[in-house]
Design a protein around this ligand. Structure first.
Ligand code: FUL
Length: 645
């Protein structure tokens, strides 16, 4: 064991753990670590694999994704908050932890802090005596799940945001959260920072230079001072990086290493082979299009099959899955989400229940010594591994399987404390008297899952290391037979204020194809040249009859064609006759470029109108040349909603 890896492991107590747990595993003769290696808390984090995000706050009650910061705490009023139900839904999908939004960008705090009045103390929930953070934490622990917190650095409520006094406040919030709620496994700093907001009544735009303003290394150190095993998320210097999108898709391959420079989105998705930092990716997404609960998304919950794909594209690529489950206004996970989670979770449990490599005889083209035997890949231990002699960088390992083993899912893991060593590998099966290659891939890392199109019955399976700078350290090869998830009933939206687009038509549009906006199909998209203030994009929709119009919604494309992006902001006008126009609303869409989630914009006053006209004058990402929109919707007031028949 190298001095470096020995020091790292000693610091974590892992060396003694290894020695006592595995008497035959000699430290002597182990390969030297290669490149960057995980810290003890990162190594522990790699074992977590799947955990839930819970976005719950004022936005749940205003139907927004980003609150402005001027919302009254009296809006936070869950009627039936049930943290055990939320945790049970997460657990049914095999989540091992919960990360709760203690404070989102609007600044409202879900714990009874004395640092601000903009918190749960001033909400009707339990007459101001509640503590959502504490209640969630206790529910998580009751169910045996880990607990973590999200604390938005951006605070659109705080008067001092953008000035030094806010940093003082923010650090105090970090300390409160790190000292009141037991052991945290993760602490989440959101990258969204600065822009317009309430800011104590100033109602202005405040921009900051985030690395300078927050001095991230000192805030990360503050977390670690109180929570040594909590992995921090996001800024340079933190333990975990963002995967670069909010769709739940890690790069293929996805290296856990990155260069030591500020985050670059494209690098973040795939990682950088040989990068100086161990900075592994967390792959997050929401079970619904938005991060917060919106009744009009009840029918858009990810299906069990879609969750399975997310699993493959996150956990299966060696990253951790971080799945958002937003409670509704009752404070519970809605039925469609519960059904999908349970089906996905049951399928994964059934799939992974029996490792079909068990009972196989492992042999290798070369072995470093008895402590690094080929059989170590079968012992179900994270801390043992097979390795070859120094300089033998392309060895192979064969499993002789008991008869009758038929598998269609292969899982391979590297022993990460020695670095990510394998660059490329292949997996072959011996069937019909010959070797056939099942897959060839780059990067193994924490784990690599290969799903086959059809089951393979083979007497032998072989892992061939094709390219590696040093000898490999493979800790597991496991084989499984997939169990497909049970389909769940299609959900319908419980929100009757959403107006049906049936019968709507496009009256005028600055570019052809506007019909895609009103066909109730998020897969069809209106794409246009990026608009500018002097050459805006416009579209006018005839709603077929006069309605009590309370606002409109815009759904961006989730698969934007050819680098197109959503519009940055909007101006909405309404008209009764298509000639005289009344201003509806104008502003910027919140977080639209990253979240690609439906935006609901309420007009200051509901009004009677038959025509809706929208104007866009900039792309959400500066420099983008095309803009795409998947859908436009409209909603009425509860009084104006069609009554159920
Ligand atoms: C983003 C935020 O702006 C979203 O609202 C959400 O919290 C997501 C997880 O991170 O950057």
């Amino acid at each position: 064991m190298t001095e470096f890896s020995r020091r790292t492991l000693l610091a974590s107590g892992l060396v003694s753990g290894l020695a006592s747990a595995a008497p035959g595993l000699a430290a002597d003769g182990a390969p030297a670590a290669w490149g960057a290696t995980p810290s003890p808390r990162q190594w522990a984090w790699h074992g977590h694999e799947q955990y839930a995000f819970v976005h719950f706050s004022i936005n749940t009650f205003t139907d927004k994704e980003w609150g402005y910061g001027d919302e009254s705490p009296s809006l936070f009023d869950p009627t039936d908050f049930d943290p055990d139900q939320i945790v049970a839904a997460a657990k049914s999908a095999n989540m091992r932890g919960i990360i709760l939004t203690a404070k989102h960008h609007d600044g409202f705090c879900l714990w009874p802090t004395m640092l601000t009045d903009h918190c749960i103390r001033n909400s009707p929930y339990k007459q101001g005596k509640g503590d959502i953070v504490g209640e969630m934490e206790r529910a998580a622990r009751r169910a045996g799940l880990m607990f973590g917190l999200y604390l938005s650095p951006w605070d659109r409520n705080h008067p001092e945001y953008g000035r030094p006094a806010y940093i003082d406040y923010y650090r105090k919030q970090v300390v409160e959260l790190c000292t009141r709620y037991g052991e945290l496994f993760e602490f989440w700093f959101d990258g969204a920072n600065g822009g317009d907001g309430y800011y104590g009544g100033a109602r202005e735009t405040r921009t900051i230079d985030a690395p300078k303003y927050y001095d991230w290394p000192s805030i990360i150190a503050l977390v670690h001072q109180h929570q040594p095993m909590a992995c921090t998320f996001d800024p340079l210097g933190s333990d975990i990086r963002w995967v670069g999108n909010e769709d739940g898709v890690a790069g293929d391959p996805c290296w856990p290493t990155m260069p030591n420079h500020p985050y670059v989105q494209t690098e973040g998705n795939a990682g950088v082979r040989g990068g100086a930092l161990w900075w592994p990716a967390e792959t997050n997404t929401s079970i619904r299009p938005g991060w917060f609960y919106h009744a009009d998304e009840d029918a858009k919950v990810k299906s069990p099959k879609r969750l399975l794909r997310y699993y493959d594209e996150s956990v299966g690529r060696g990253t951790n899955m971080h799945l958002n489950l937003p409670p509704d206004r009752r404070g519970r996970i809605a039925d469609p989400d519960v059904a999908s989670l349970a089906s996905f979770g049951a399928a994964m449990r059934a799939t992974l229940a029996s490792n079909l490599a068990e009972g196989a005889v492992a042999s290798a083209s070369a072995t470093r010594g008895p402590a690094f035997a080929a059989a170590n890949v079968l012992d179900d231990r994270r801390d043992s591994y097979w390795s070859s002699p120094e300089g033998d960088t392309t060895p192979s390992l064969t499993l002789d399987l008991p008869p009758g083993r038929s598998f269609d899912l292969i899982r391979i893991r590297e022993y990460l404390p020695l670095g990510v060593r394998v660059t490329r590998f292949a997996v072959d099966a011996f069937t019909d008297g010959r070797w056939q290659t099942l897959a060839e891939r780059a990067c193994i890392s924490a784990q690599r899952i290969i799903r086959l199109d059809r089951p393979v019955s083979a007497r032998r399976l072989r892992l061939r290391i094709l390219d590696a700078p040093v000898c490999p350290a493979i800790s597991e090869i496991a084989l499984f037979r997939q169990v497909a998830p049970q389909p769940v009933a299609a959900a319908r939206s419980s929100d009757r204020t959403i107006l049906s687009p049936a019968g709507w038509s496009i009256v005028a549009a600055s570019a052809p194809g506007g019909e895609a906006l009103i066909d109730d199909d998020a897969a069809t998209v209106w794409t246009i040249d990026a608009p500018t203030s002097t050459s805006p994009a416009t579209v006018t929709i005839d709603l077929a009859r006069a309605e009590t119009l309370a606002g409109f919604s815009l759904t961006p494309s989730r698969a934007p064609p050819n680098g197109s992006v959503p519009p940055r902001g909007y101006r909405a006008d309404t008209s009764v006759d298509g000639r005289v126009w009344q201003a509806g609303a104008s502003g910027e869409f919140a977080n639209i470029a990253y979240a690609l989630a439906t935006q609901r914009i309420a007009f200051a006053q509901p009004r009677t109108a038959r025509f809706l006209r929208l104007r866009f004058d900039a792309p959400a990402v500066a420099g983008a040349t095309r803009v795409a929109v998947a859908g436009i919707g409209a909603f009425t007031t509860p009084q104006g909603a069609p009554q159920p028949r």
